[in-house]
Design a protein around this ligand. Structure first.
Ligand SMILES: [Zn+2]
Length: 184
């Protein structure tokens, strides 16, 4: 696997350089990986950007938060487990809930296909999923609730950043505090 391939995998994470420049995670608990430098098991990262009627919500999580292994699947059992995680993440209502705004998901991009095809890779991988939405009344957006904690017990916290026309902020979401507001 070449560098180009890795850059492609990382691309969704680099889509929001301004937001990311603020620094998403602390130094503690990192461990190194062959593919991606470092990530923290138990933590995931989320960015939301809204502009006019377009809204994008991007999620990055260590694979190990979602299934019982950290590397690309190497057995039928692991492939089935990964497929179940993929099916969950492809149902937006299982991932997040937007109150107000009348938003509809128009596209989902992810790196599952690449993961399924990297059977000989040993390193720890991340899952990247990006949801594109179209909002009929973006000025009416109120709250974003993350539902992932109910689906994946391996996700303990989500370092979240958002930037809309009405609000911007950052917070660490947990099962106890899974939402943020998109209004003042
Ligand atoms: Zn890892």
């Amino acid at each position: 696997m070449g560098i180009k391939h890795l850059q492609h995998l990382l691309k969704p994470c680099l889509a929001l350089p301004l937001l990311l420049s603020g620094g998403l995670s602390s130094a503690g608990g990192h461990h190194d990986h062959q593919q991606h430098g470092a990530h923290v098991h138990g933590s995931a990262e989320l960015q939301l950007v809204q502009e006019a009627q377009r809204l994008q919500l991007s999620l990055r999580s260590p694979l190990a938060n979602l299934v019982s292994f950290a590397h690309p699947p190497q057995s039928d059992a692991e492939r089935a487990e990964l497929a179940a995680a993929e099916a969950t993440l492809k149902q937006p209502q299982q991932v997040f809930n937007l109150r107000g705004g009348q938003c509809q998901v128009t596209a989902i991009e992810d790196n599952f296909k690449q993961l399924f095809s990297e059977a000989n890779s040993e390193g720890h991988w991340d899952i990247n999923v990006s949801y594109q939405l179209q909002c009929a009344q973006p000025e009416r957006l109120q709250t974003v609730t993350i539902e992932l904690f109910k689906q994946f017990s391996g996700i303990e916290k989500i370092n979240s950043q958002w930037l809309s026309e009405q609000a911007q902020g950052a917070a660490t979401l947990t099962a106890e505090q899974p939402l943020f507001e998109l209004k003042d």
